[in-house]
Design a protein around this ligand. Structure first.
Ligand code: IYR
Length: 218
C-alpha cells in the first residue's frame, strides 16, 4: 500500500469543475457522418491511456483496444457489418425496435465504417492469455469505454458507439484470440461538415436521481 495523495477541493471549486465536465459531456453527440481526415495518433493514444485508468475487477484490466486504420480491414468490417444489419433491418428486429430507431434515421448502410479514420474495436477478455481469472468483465470494460468516450470528447474527437449485432465477425476479421469477445465498435474522427444529429433530449435530474436520506449542505 502507499499514501493516496487525494486533492480535496473547496465546494465552490468542486461545483465549477463538476459543471464544466457536465457541459463537456452534454456537448458530446454520437456522430454518424465522419470526415475522412486523419487524427493525430498521439491524441488517440492519450485517450486509450485514459480508458486504461478505469477501475476493473481485481484490477485485471480485461480490455483490449484495437485501432483499425487499414482501409482493407475497414472495408471488410463494413461489408460484414452491413450484411448483419441488412438481416436486422430486413426482419430480424421486431417492429417495435425498428420503430424506436426511426428518430435516429439509421439503416443498414454504414459508410462511416470506411470513412472514419479509425475504427476502435474494443474487446472484452473473458480471461487472461494464461487462463488468469478476470472478474466483472462487462462492468469493467463498460467503465473503460466510458472513460475513452469522455477523453475523446474532451480532446475534440467525435465518436459513435456502434453495435453491429451479432459482432462475432470482428474477432475473425481481426484475428483475435479465443478468449476475447467483441464488445463495441467505436468509429473515431472528426464530424463531416454536413453532419447532423437527431434532436434528442436527456432525462432531467429528477428522472434519474433518487435520494434516500438528507443531502449534505454546502
Ligand atoms: N445496430 C443497428 C441498430 C441500432 C440499434 C440501436 I439500440 C441503436 O441505438 C442504434 C442502431 C445499427 O447500427 O443500425
Amino acid at each position: 500500500m502507499k499514501p493516496l495523495g487525494f486533492v480535496r477541493r473547496r465546494p465552490q471549486e468542486m461545483l465549477i469543475r463538476a459543471r464544466s465536465f457536465r457541459d463537456a459531456m452534454s456537448a458530446r453527440r454520437s456522430v454518424r457522418q465522419f470526415s475522412p481526415d486523419p487524427i493525430p495518433r498521439a491524441v488517440l493514444e492519450e485517450c486509450v491511456r485514459a480508458a486504461g485508468q478505469a477501475p476493473s475487477g481485481a484490477n485485471k484490466q480485461p480490455w483490449r483496444f484495437v485501432a483499425v486504420s487499414d482501409p482493407e480491414r475497414k472495408r471488410r468490417i463494413r461489408e460484414a457489418a452491413e450484411e448483419e444489419e441488412r438481416a436486422f433491418y430486413g426482419g430480424r428486429a421486431p417492429d417495435s425496435w425498428l420503430q424506436d430507431l426511426v428518430p435516429f434515421g439509421t439503416n443498414a448502410e454504414k459508410p462511416f465504417l470506411e470513412t472514419a479514420p479509425i475504427l476502435m474495436v474494443v474487446f472484452a477478455q473473458k480471461h487472461g492469455p494464461d487462463q488468469e481469472k478476470h472478474y466483472y468483465v462487462n462492468e469493467s470494460v463498460g467503465l473503460a469505454v466510458g472513460f475513452f468516450l469522455a477523453a475523446c470528447a474532451e480532446a475534440g474527437l467525435a465518436t459513435l458507439t456502434h453495435t453491429p449485432s451479432p459482432m462475432g465477425f470482428l474477432a475473425s476479421v481481426l484475428g483475435r484470440p479465443p478468449y476475447e469477445r467483441p464488445y463495441l465498435l467505436i468509429p473515431v474522427g472528426y464530424p463531416s461538415a454536413e453532419a447532423e444529429v437527431p434532436d434528442i433530449h436527456k432525462k432531467p435530474l429528477g428522472d434519474i436521481l433518487e435520494w434516500y436520506g438528507p443531502g449534505e449542505a454546502d
